[in-house]
Every structure is written in structure tokens, then in C-alpha cells.
Design a protein around this ligand. Structure first.
Ligand SMILES: NC(=O)c1ccc[n+]([C@@H]2O[C@H](COP(=O)([O-])OP(=O)(O)OC[C@H]3O[C@@H](n4cnc5c(N)ncnc54)[C@H](OP(=O)(O)O)[C@@H]3O)[C@@H](O)[C@H]2O)c1
Length: 218
């Protein structure tokens, strides 16, 4: 949908539609079987993108279960307009390439390449164009909720996989879809995976609804 870069969103939510606990507390939602699916998606991606809050709250290295030389691992891409994440975050471990999009020219970071923008809210088409020049053909967007919303609003998503885990999270966690509207037939296919389900969503319907209603989050 965005030229040569195929954009896939993958995210896991609880039965009550939350992707994290209160104040963004990390919750293990995926089952072991779902983790295998996520690892497969990551293996087939040239780059994996996340937002600053996901780094601050979860501190993922995005290479779990992966070995291999630096040039074989996907590029880790971070959107962080204010560049507020800690310098010791695991995505700066030097295992692979890390690319940071930011508007903050003051702060220095080691073990990463920085792409500067004049706009603190970096336009998603600019992110994609930049990745395209780096030969990224498959981009996996893992969240959080704000980043997923921005990609949908930009109309650049090709595939959306939503895992629904067999778990409830306390009510004031981070919601994936908010506010909820009625979108009949939004699920194109369901597949049982471990004790949860993975759904493939109709992205055209989802993007159309977002743009129509101008909502901040999906
Ligand atoms: N269940 C799952 O599958 C899953 C997956 C991933 C994350 N999560 C959860 O999601 C939670 C975080 O979600 P969230 O919605 O709060 O935050 P998020 O999407 O992870 O990060 C939002 C932040 O990223 C930066 N950002 C996003 N878009 C940007 C843009 N276009 N230009 C510049 N900076 C941009 C901004 O940081 P600045 O403040 O620097 O501007 C923004 O405040 C975490 O707690 C994590 O546990 C769950």
C-alpha cells in the first residue's frame, strides 16, 4: 500500500481489549504458540518499528530468539519525537542496527543512527520513504497503540494481525481500539493459536473508519 514497503501491524490484546496494564505496565498476552508466529513475522521483516513508550515501559530488544550477524538482523526503528527514552535501553545494545527518528537535536545517543525531523510528530510517509531508501521492503509495526493508530491514519497498512489472548487486564490499562465503534465484518479470518486466537483484520475498513471519524487511536 505504500509503494515498495509492505507494512504489517502485529499486536496482542486481552479479552477486554487492552494491550498493557495500568500506566503501561507490560503484560505477557501472547501464548508460546503466538510467540512462534511473532518470531516468524520478525524473521520475514527487514525492519521492526516501535514507539517511545513501548521502549520506556517494555524495554524490548526485538531480537529475542534470534542469532546472526548484525547485517542479517532486521533494523530496529524507533519513533521518539522528544528523544526521551533511556540511553541504556536494550535496542541500543549494538547487536543490530537501530534507527531513531526524532526532532531533538540536542541529545546524543550511542549505538544508533539518527534521522532528524523539524516536526516533533514525524510524518509517517516520511518514515516510510526513508526506510525505502534503506532497502526495507517489509516493515513490521509492533506498537504501541499510538504508533499503530498513526500508521492506520496514514493509510499505509497492508496487513493487520491481532492476537487475542486468554487473559483479562485490569480496566484502566492501555486500550488498542478507542473509542469503540461498530465495524461489522472487520475480522477477515480467525485462527485458534494456543489458548487464544489470531485475527486478520480488514485494514481498508479500519483505515476508512479512522479517517472518517478522525480519531486519535484506532
Ligand atoms: N500487547 C502488545 O502487543 C504491545 C505491543 C507494543 C506495545 N505495547 C504496549 O503499548 C504501550 C505503549 O503504547 P502507547 O500508545 O502509550 O505508546 P507508543 O505508541 O509505544 O509510543 C508513543 C510515543 O512514541 C513517540 N511517537 C509516536 N509516533 C511518533 C511520531 N510520528 N513522531 C515522533 N514520535 C512519535 C512519541 O514519543 P515522544 O514523547 O518522544 O514524542 C509518543 O509519545 C506500552 O506500555 C506497551 O506495553 C503492547
Amino acid at each position: 500500500m505504500s509503494g515498495k514497503v509492505r507494512v504489517t501491524i502485529n499486536v496482542a490484546q486481552s479479552l477486554n481489549g487492552l494491550i498493557a496494564g495500568k500506566f503501561g505496565r507490560r503484560v505477557q498476552i501472547s501464548s508460546a504458540e503466538d510467540w512462534d508466529r511473532v518470531l516468524d513475522l520478525r524473521t520475514r521483516s527487514d525492519a521492526i518499528l516501535i514507539g517511545a513508550n513501548t521502549v520506556i515501559n517494555d524495554n524490548p530488544d526485538l531480537y529475542t530468539g534470534r542469532t546472526g550477524s548484525k547485517d542479517k538482523l532486521p533494523i530496529r526503528v524507533l519513533l521518539d519525537g522528544r528523544l526521551s527514552i533511556p540511553t541504556h535501553s536494550r535496542i541500543f545494545d549494538g547487536r543490530g542496527r537501530t534507527l531513531v527518528f526524532t526532532a531533538n537535536r540536542e541529545r546524543k545517543m550511542l549505538n544508533c543512527d539518527i534521522v532528524y525531523s523539524d516536526d516533533i510528530r514525524i510524518p509517517i510517509p516520511y518514515v516510510i520513504e526513508t526506510l525505502e531508501t534503506m532497502n526495507v521492503r517489509n516493515l513490521l509495526v509492533e506498537g504501541g497503540s499510538m504508533v499503530i493508530s498513526e500508521f492506520l491514519m496514514a493509510g499505509v497498512v497492508d496487513d493487520f494481525f491481532l492476537y487475542v489472548g486468554n487473559i483479562l487486564i485490569e480496566g484502566d490499562g492501555i486500550r488498542l481500539f478507542e473509542p469503540v465503534t461498530t465495524l461489522p465484518g472487520i475480522v477477515q479470518s480467525w485462527e485458534r493459536l494456543g489458548d487464544g486466537y489470531v485475527a486478520r483484520l480488514d485494514v481498508k475498513k479500519l483505515m476508512g473508519d479512522l479517517v472518517k471519524n478522525g480519531r486519535r487511536r484506532p
